[in-house]
Design a protein around this ligand. Structure first.
Ligand code: AHG
Ligand code: MN
Ligand code: MN
Ligand code: MN
Length: 334
């Protein structure tokens, strides 16, 4: 048993990524280096979060408002900068797209060799930060298409099928990194004493059905009637239970392992809902599809949604196949 445990301890994220890619080509080396940089960003953010309550200026608002119209938290700004500095020196990534930056962030010194674009949500669940509840980071990797000479990033306004990898980091009781490069979904736990993400579960499959539904019912009267009918159905039937944390990463992490459905429908005020396509919905949809689940905007797969701008939003219904289909059955009622 001791030997088995040791063997498992030896599967670090970097080794795992190389195994997944099954190649030592230049591309594989780059993706592997890129994943290592993401892991480094995760460690830096986890370290800051673990001490934030003791540090002057780590919590609370910055006083700025981001392009989404949200008040920026210190941890949003810090974590956004972590990704920038980690990728500035990497030589791998030519462009960054973040929830916390109005425009695409170009790293000319990495171009044209670094042909990857990293899209990320530095802190998901910002409202949880000041009260020491779980938050996350979300990322997607895309290969740059064309030269993007005018810097407008037109090639990014394509479907989520263009992602070559995606994942999230969950800052909970332990820090976890979950990723997929198109060959299954794999979970790692940060061992702080080693400073390594160590393999915890491989080829995760989301259960076909789960008891949990995860949605902000405070928006009930802001939704279209079919969503209200779905929730009424859930209230009237046994075997369902509600969980909603204010951080999509945490809520979806639960579903990945235990099944169920997460929804963020459009509201009267925001017909496209709240979640951003490129760095929230699409990466999560990629993971959930890789795990055998479904992700829909109510009409089509999230991975087929084509954003009309980098910060575009989309409604989401995401999780176990049977539970997503149940929601859809209400949407298609005449
Ligand atoms: P972010 O903190 O990155 O802005 O994202 C918050 C998102 C998501 O994590 C969460 O599920 C949802 O917003 C919560 O929004 P409501 O408070 O409107 O339910
Ligand atoms: Mn935000
Ligand atoms: Mn978010
Ligand atoms: Mn965020």
């Amino acid at each position: 048993e001791e030997i088995l445990a040791l063997d498992r301890d030896c599967t670090t994220l970097s080794r795992h990524v190389l195994q997944q890619l099954q190649s030592f080509s230049a591309d594989a080396q780059d993706v592997s280096a890129l994943m290592n940089r993401i892991a480094l960003a995760g460690k830096l953010i986890a370290r800051r979060l673990s001490q934030a309550g003791l540090m002057a200026g780590a919590l609370g608002f910055t006083g700025e408002v981001n392009v989404q119209g949200e008040e920026v938290k210190q941890m949003d700004a810090y974590s956004n900068d972590v990704f920038i500095s980690v990728f500035k020196q990497s030589g791998l990534v030519c462009r960054l797209v973040s929830e916390e930056m109005d425009e695409i962030y170009h790293i000319p010194e990495n171009c044209p060799l670094g042909r990857y674009t990293l899209l990320y949500d530095p802190i998901d669940g910002s409202s949880n930060v000041d009260i020491n509840i779980n938050v996350g980071s979300v990322f997607a990797i895309r290969q740059q298409e064309g030269d993007d000479l005018d810097g407008s990033g037109q090639d990014l306004l394509q479907s989520g099928r263009k992602q070559i990898g995606a994942g999230y980091i969950l800052y909970g009781p332990s820090t976890m990194l979950i990723y997929s490069l198109g060959t299954g979904v794999h979970a790692f736990v940060l061992d702080p004493s080693l400073g390594e993400f160590v393999l915890a579960s491989e080829n995760i499959k989301i259960p076909k059905h789960g008891a949990v539904y995860s949605v902000n019912e405070g928006n009930f009267w802001q939704w279209d009637e079919p969503y209200r009918n779905y929730i009424r159905y859930m209230h009237r039937h046994e075997g369902y239970t509600a969980r909603y944390s204010g951080a999509m990463v945490g809520d979806l992490h639960r579903l990945l392992f235990q099944g169920g459905v997460f929804l963020y429908p459009g509201t009267q005020k925001n017909p496209e809902g709240k979640l951003r396509t490129l760095y929230e919905a699409a990466p999560m949809a990629y993971l959930v599809e890789q795990a055998g689940g479904l992700a829909s905007d109510g009409q089509q797969a999230i991975l087929d949604v084509i954003p009309d701008q980098i910060h575009a939003r989309t409604p989401v219904i995401i999780g176990s196949q049977a539970d997503v289909e149940l929601v859809q059955s209400f949407l298609s009622e005449p």
